[in-house]
Design a protein around this ligand. Structure first.
Ligand code: BGC
Length: 358
């Protein structure tokens, strides 16, 4: 079956009645809904006109955040009073499908999803002209805006749930994107001012040798740096900084005719090629007129589906370190498949290519 239709079906099928998108139905560790995965899945659904599904997700986020408002308010108050706030007192990156915090140990303090959901919601509102949502969801929008403004300068785990003692350009880009989107919709210049500070921080801390780096003191690159351009717009796609960053991603992380690593030292399941990142690179190509390259990536992704048309999180076609595959399989089982985020990003890429072709 056509993978676009199948992806839409799959995402709908595994969307919980609460509105939450499970990260992966067949991988116990991923039986949660992440703000990050969910917002990009919702964006994919919005792009193909499945607005009911994305709306249900955003309503779920709203309810979930309101259920944790007391906790967030306590953290905000403590911090404003100059008191210390521990990692356990901060909001989580993922919730059960019923909207509760998970109980097991997890690197929960990750800020990126809080920016991403605001950006996704704003995009949904713009695509559907449903401005009423700004009022309906005002409580969770305001809470998130305060939370981001208070804590954006804190070290936190990145979108790969690693390196919690650092700041990350991709995470900062998500926060920037969320603030800019809400500045636009709500007409609140102070949000744009914080966004401008974040952008300046990214430039000061992570741009050297003419490109963006994963860490401030290392000449490293991560495919999530694509997010700085798409969708969050810290840099335009044609900005020389972005062009040089993408060249580095292509030079060091792109293999097998369309597969993309997260970063060169990644050893999660050996560190294979991530479908959702391939879609991101293809998406970037559509923005700079490289449609043939984008289509080649789309074909590469389509080739990775299994007999049930499911897309995994990653494929072991070119792994950074094969010694790490078995230990992970033993710990958590086979690579997550289907991963709903892979399907969501496939929809984004497919839609961009179709639009480009007119
Ligand atoms: C990834 C996260 C993702 C989670 C659920 C993790 O392995 O690093 O980015 O949110 O899986 O898909």
């Amino acid at each position: 079956m056509n993978l676009r239709r199948k992806s839409i079906e799959m995402i709908k099928k595994y969307q919980h009645q609460s509105g939450a998108y499970v990260a992966s139905p067949n991988f116990p560790t991923y039986h949660y809904s992440w703000l990050r995965d969910g917002s990009f899945i919702a964006y994919g659904m919005d792009r193909v006109g499945e607005h009911e599904s994305s709306l249900a997700f955003y309503r779920w986020v709203h309810e979930t955040l309101l259920n944790h408002e007391e906790k967030a308010r306590r953290a905000l108050d403590q911090h404003r009073m100059g008191k210390s706030v521990g990692p356990k007192e901060l909001l989580h990156t993922r919730y059960t499908l019923e909207g509760r915090e998970g109980q097991e140990d997890w690197p929960n303090f990750q800020l990126d999803g809080y920016g991403t959901w605001l950006w996704g919601l704003a995009t949904h509102i713009e695509l559907t002209c449903n401005r009423q949502l700004l009022q309906d969801l005002a409580g969770s929008i305001e809470l998130t805006l305060e939370y981001i403004q208070e804590f954006w300068q804190w070290d936190n785990y990145d979108c790969w749930e690693e390196f919690g003692d650092k700041k990350h350009p991709s995470t900062l880009a998500c926060l920037y994107g969320g603030l800019k989107a809400m500045e636009r919709l709500l007409g609140r210049p102070e949000l744009g001012q914080t966004a401008a500070q974040i952008r300046q921080y990214i430039i000061d801390a992570f741009v050297f040798e003419g490109r963006v780096h994963k860490f401030r003191d290392l000449a490293s690159v991560d495919s999530n740096l694509l997010w700085l351009s798409l969708p969050f717009g810290v840099f335009e796609a044609e900005d020389p900084i972005m062009v040089k960053t993408v060249e580095e991603i292509e030079r060091t992380l792109l293999f097998d005719g369309g597969g993309v690593h997260r970063y060169a030292q990644d050893t999660y399941y050996g560190g294979g090629l991530w479908l959702l990142l391939s879609a991101w690179l293809g998406w970037y190509y559509t923005q700079v007129g490289r449609y043939e390259d984008a289509k080649a990536i789309r074909t590469w992704i389509e080739r990775q589906r299994n007999a049930n048309d499911e897309l995994p999180e990653q494929v072991p076609n070119h792994v950074n370190d094969p010694d790490y595959i078995q230990p992970w399989v033993k710990r958590w089982g086979e690579v997550a498949c289907p991963l709903l985020w892979s399907h969501g990003m496939y929809l984004v890429l497919d839609e961009e290519i179709r639009r480009g072709e007119g």
